[in-house]
Write a protein that binds this ligand. Structure first.
Ligand code: ATP
Ligand code: MG
Length: 447
């Protein structure tokens, strides 16, 4: 293939792809409807080509034969009575009305339209030796054939049904009707097949957002059930793993507290020299770390997601934070309820607000909600963090200022915990520049 032909072929394939329906329902429908219509078209074509054509040809031949027969008989009869008998026979046995206009001459031929008229004309040409005029629209459902003879003009009226076969309409009606019925039935069944897949997707999404899905029931085809069962096993394994991690963290923290308390006692017994001061502060720091570990572990404990009034939750956090620093403003939309693990989310936002007040002098909390996410930003007017160091701050025990001095920061777990909680809800926490000059922490969760 020439390299230049590649880009030209690609857009067509892409365009075709874009035209195809995206949903499983649409695609299945297409898979079903396209062959049905191809079959319908093929059957209709074969029907017209073979059956309809042959039948119509036979019928036009029969009619033209009758007409020629009557004209011949009329011309051969030499008295009034036998002529009347022919007319009567034509009417009763052949459904044809025959009249004779003596001395009249044949009118101009009329233009004819349609395949039936053409076929009838061919048949008349074959069986009649006299000139004639065919009128397909003489009267409703009536065809007239005027035949010129030296003495005048015979007019023969025939009902249309002698050349039209009604099976045509019946056939098309049946074909279309049964196809529509078939498609409708298929649609109905298909919807039932697709519903379990939708529910499975919804369940997987809910699990991803850290919500419990007690409503999930295995249903649908065996493949969908299998996927559903696998999802449930995965959920249980995830739960177990988190529980294990939490239990271990809590166990270690708890066990270390006892020897630490003993050390603190020992140091106090040793009396207050410069060395013991340092030891004492180290022990204090370790205790603080362990408390943070324990708090972290507690946050991971299975908490059920419940509907939470966003404004109320933020107000609670703000009121608590105001006790240390009143310079804090809150803008939150009223009456918005979202599903959250309340205590965990409160811890997450409290950590962000705590940072803003610790490293800045005032904080502004803004909450916005659209149909997909709830976003909470916490701004401060502090020194901020330079862009390339921001991601690092999410690592446990990482501080911008590495002295571990409790006067210039905490132990460095706040952001780690905040992000962990937001992610377990299917959201995230990111750090950005704040319009107040300091740092903006933006937390979002799907609603
Ligand atoms: N709003 C902020 N302005 C400036 N620096 C910040 C801000 N928030 C966090 N930082 C920096 O990021 C580091 C990590 O923050 P993090 O909240 O994880 O820990 P911490 O505040 O030090 O301790 P704690 O576990 O008590 O929250 C902080 O030590 C600080 O250096
Ligand atoms: Mg902090």
């Amino acid at each position: 293939m020439a390299p230049s032909s590649l880009p030209r072929r690609l857009p067509l394939a892409l365009r075709l792809k874009r035209m195809l329906p995206r949903s499983l329902f649409g695609r299945t429908l297409l898979i079903f409807v396209v062959p049905t219509f191809i079959m319908l078209a093929a059957a209709t074509y074969v029907f017209f080509d073979r059956h309809w054509y042959t039948v119509t040809q036979r019928m036009t031949h029969a009619l033209s034969g009758d007409i020629a027969f009557i004209v011949d008989l009329m011309q051969k009869s030499d008295n009034r009575q036998s002529t009347a008998e022919v007319v009567h026979l034509a009417l009763t046995k052949m459904d044809l009305v025959v009249t004779f206009a003596p001395g009249r001459s044949l009118p101009d031929p009329l233009p004819i339209h349609g395949p039936i008229a053409v076929m009838l004309k061919h048949a008349l040409n074959e069986s009649l030796s006299n000139p004639y005029v065919l009128d397909m629209t003489y009267a409703p459902e009536t065809i007239s054939v005027e035949v010129g003879v030296p003495e005048g003009v015979y007019t023969i009226l025939s009902p249309e049904r002698r050349v039209y076969t009604p099976t045509t309409q019946v056939f098309i009606l049946w074909m279309t009707g049964s196809s529509i019925l078939l498609t409708a039935v298929a649609l109905l069944f298909m919807r039932n097949q697709i519903r379990p897949i939708r529910r499975l997707a919804a369940a997987a999404e809910a699990i991803g957002k850290g919500r419990d899905v007690p409503w999930f029931k295995l249903e649908g085809s065996s493949e969908v059930r299998q996927a559903g069962a696998a999802l449930m096993v995965m959920r249980d394994r995830l739960k177990r793993q988190i529980a294990q991690r939490t239990a271990m963290l809590a166990g270690v923290s708890h066990d270390l507290r006892t020897p630490l308390t003993r050390m603190r006692l020992q140091i106090e017994l040793m009396g207050g020299s410069a060395e013991t001061e340092e030891l004492s502060s180290d022990v204090g720091e370790m205790e603080e770390m362990l408390n943070a570990y324990l708090a972290f572990a507690r946050g991971e404990e299975a908490e059920a997601a419940v509907p939470v009034d966003l404004a109320e939750l933020l107000n609670e956090i703000t009121v608590a934070a105001r006790r240390q620093n009143p310079a804090i403003t809150l803008n939150a939309p009223q009456g918005v309820t979202i599903i959250l693990r309340r205590n965990a989310m409160k811890r997450c936002l409290t950590n962000l607000v705590g940072n803003a007040l610790r490293y800045g002098s005032r904080a502004v909390i803004n909450a916005t909600i659209d149909d997909q996410t709830a976003t909470i930003t916490v701004d401060d007017d502090g020194p901020g963090i330079e862009a390339k160091r921001r991601e690092d701050m999410f690592r446990p025990f990482t501080r911008l200022e590495e002295s571990r001095n409790p006067a210039t920061g905490g132990i460095g777990l706040g952001l780690t915990i905040a992000r962990d909680i937001a992610r377990s809800h299917g959201g995230d926490v990111v750090l950005e520049d704040s319009p107040l000059g300091g740092l903006r922490a933006r937390a979002w969760v799907p609603v």
